[in-house]
Design a protein around this ligand. Structure first.
Ligand code: SF4
Length: 258
């Protein structure tokens, strides 16, 4: 189980990690994907094609787990029948042209969905009705945003607009903390979280993984103590409280005080 089980009750083994597009309009330093070698020939599949193939590819992804001594047969059988989709992984999902329809189709097929977005396309987000919406907030100000996320155009104001949508739905604002880059001005993060009205906020440490290792150093990975200290500073400046933590994933969950 991953920390989303602990925080939100998601059965991790029944959750499909998927993305409807590999494209992205940012070039975040901490991204694990390889935007340096982007595949140019991507074709947009229809929502029906995606939903119709999720079980097949989940089964493929599970190859090798059946004989594992760490996996019970019961869990393995359940995993073959997924119930959740995490729409994220590699690429910005709002660049997929049929995202609202895709989410609605997942819902009608009995899946709960987590939509994870960089928040640069509020017009698309407004039309999406997932179970929970995640928005990344990776800078306390525009200047840091331009340096850390390196967007193809300045979309800082669009992110602010996306944040303003979060108060009216089940949502989480995610801060990915990169030591030495965006771990300053906790009060600014607190102000944006407060104004968004989001149900939850996560402060999560950057992980030195994938292609981000070509852009950052291992030392940019904050310790859990650093993440926790920063989360407490954010909480101290807004009406949110620390609700939970997962040291292994270096993440702290803040919850709105009602
Ligand atoms: S927004 Fe997400 S997918 Fe795009 S570059 Fe940043 S981390 Fe990677």
């Amino acid at each position: 189980m991953c920390y989303k089980h602990q925080f939100y009750g998601i059965d991790s083994h029944r959750c499909v990690q998927m993305t409807p597009t590999l494209r992205c309009n940012q070039r975040c330093l901490f991204c694990w994907r390889s935007f340096e070698h982007e595949y140019p020939g991507e074709r947009d599949l229809s929502p029906a094609e995606i939903v119709g193939s999720v079980r097949k590819y989940q089964k493929k992804a599970l190859s090798g787990y059946k004989p594992s001594p760490y996996v019970t047969q019961e869990r393995f059988s359940e995993a073959l029948d997924p119930k959740h989709v995490a729409i994220s992984l590699s690429g910005e999902p709002t660049l997929y042209p049929y995202l609202p329809e895709l989410i609605d189709l997942f819902s009608s097929e009995g899946f709960t969905s987590f939509l994870v977005s960089n928040g640069t396309r509020p017009g698309v987000l407004a039309k999406c009705r997932p179970f929970q919406t995640y928005i990344s907030l990776t800078a306390p100000d525009r200047e840091t945003y331009m340096k850390v996320c390196r967007p193809l155009e300045d979309t800082w104001d669009a992110i602010q607009e996306s944040l303003s949508l979060m108060g009216s739905r089940r949502s989480a604002v995610r801060i990915t903390l990169v030591k030495g880059y965006n771990d300053h001005e906790p009060g600014s993060y607190a102000r944006m979280i407060q104004e968004s009205g989001t149900s939850f906020a996560e402060v999560k440490g950057y992980m030195f993984l994938g292609y981000s290792r070509n852009r950052l150093e291992r030392g940019n990975m904050p310790s859990f103590a650093h993440v926790k200290g920063f989360a407490e500073k954010v909480a101290a400046e807004c009406e949110y409280r620390v609700r939970d933590e997962n040291p292994l994933s270096r993440v702290v969950l803040l919850e709105k005080v009602e």
